[in-house]
Design a binder for this molecule. Structure first.
Ligand SMILES: [Zn+2]
Length: 130
């Protein structure tokens, strides 16, 4: 497959997953909102880093995949779904950790070099007061 086809297919898969995700209030009725703060870092030819924050409220889709900082990354897997499910099930308000992207560094290095961009995250869940 050509690079453009691969990227197009990947973004279609992600888009379909997003539109087919239930709303936050349907999936996690006990949750008021979810906030994810990120520091993303990537060292390729140059080193990049940035800080991002996402807030999900009841009417948002329960889709928690984020973009990799490496713009050339292929098949990035930076998704917070598992951490969020665990935190909600255990009623944990705050979770911190680091994720490494398991995508490929770029199209030329497909199946050879992993992207390995880093994401330090803080996940805060606000539960509905009972
Ligand atoms: Zn990546």
């Amino acid at each position: 497959m050509k690079e453009q086809e691969i990227r197009q297919k990947e973004s279609e898969i992600n888009w379909n997953r997003k539109i087919n995700s239930p709303l936050l209030k349907e999936r996690f009725p006990q949750v008021e909102s979810i906030c994810i703060s990120l520091t993303r870092e990537y060292s390729g030819a140059y080193a990049y880093s940035d800080i991002q924050e996402f807030t999900f409220t009841k009417s948002d889709k329960s889709y928690f995949k984020i973009d990799c900082l490496n713009p050339e990354c292929i098949y990035s897997d930076l998704d917070f779904e598992e951490e969020i499910i665990n935190a909600v099930n255990q009623r944990t308000q705050k979770t911190e950790g680091r994720k490494i992207c398991h995508g490929w560094q770029d199209f030329e290095r497909l199946n050879q070099y992993k992207c390995q961009s880093r994401v330090d995250f803080e996940l805060v869940i606000h539960f509905v007061k009972s």
